[in-house]
Ligand binder design. Structure first.
Ligand SMILES: [Zn+2]
Length: 240
């Protein structure tokens, strides 16, 4: 046991009295250790009342000393009340980041050291605008994704994935392809697009990451049916 080997335990009075005394001694040492580690001033539920005892404002309990209050905070009653309150605040949307849906403090802490295998903080906000080229009649899309909490030194990456590469939608539908955008610590998002060939010619397809506004842009146009049909045939697939 923890109090064995303590000075005086082998010699001294022995018996029941010293046993309980050493337990009390141990509790006292733990209390001091806890008080050094935990700052009760930062505990929003800790309250010292006018008669010098301590109250838990969450559970409405009274404690004779700070050690007893600390023991209470580790107990089931307090922990259950904490969990209930967190759940209620989450439901009411209080203190939550509007974009990620997570408590605001959590995001800041995670961003101190962005690294691989980090807990993902949710999906980015996004906006999609449909485009049509007035001259070529090509259909296009402009994606705008917001990454306000993106890690420093991180730029969003994208990739197209065929219906057969992806494993999320089963069975695979060959009429669709997927555009994936990744940026830590956000979840990778995927957009389902028609499985038409993307026009990669200059000015048609481009991406841009604005490091100030932390917004990622990706514009694409699909080739016209005529272009798709004659792709690869010299002289018949004009690339504007
Ligand atoms: Zn409590």
């Amino acid at each position: 046991m923890a109090y064995e080997g303590r000075v005086g335990s082998r010699f001294g009075g022995g018996g029941v009295a010293s046993h309980s005394a050493s337990n009390q001694d141990r509790r006292e040492r733990l209390r001091k250790l806890a008080l050094e580690t935990i700052d009760l001033d930062k505990d929003p539920y800790f309250f010292k009342n006018h008669v010098g005892s301590f109250e838990c404002r969450l559970c409405l309990t009274v404690h004779q000393n700070d050690g007893s209050y600390l023991a209470h905070t580790q107990g089931r009653k307090h922990q259950t009340n904490l969990a209930r309150r967190a759940a209620r605040e989450a439901k009411e949307g209080r203190n939550l980041d509007p974009i990620t849906g997570l408590p605001q403090g959590m995001i800041g802490q995670q961003l101190i050291a962005p690294r691989k295998n980090l807990i993902k903080i949710g999906r980015p906000g996004y906006k999609i605008t449909k485009l049509r080229d007035p001259v070529t009649r090509q259909l296009g899309l402009l994606f705008q994704l917001q990454y306000p909490e993106i890690g420093t030194e991180i730029k969003p990456r994208y990739r197209f994935m065929s219906a057969f590469e992806q494993r999320v939608e089963v069975p695979a539908d060959k009429n669709f392809q997927y555009l994936l955008v990744a940026a830590e610590p956000y979840e990778t998002v995927s957009f389902k697009l028609q499985a038409r060939e993307v026009d990669r010619s200059p000015g048609r397809f481009w991406t841009h990451f604005d490091a100030d506004s932390k917004e990622f842009f990706l514009q694409l146009f699909f080739k016209t049916e005529r272009e798709e049909r004659y792709a690869g045939v010299p002289g018949l697939a004009p690339r504007s």
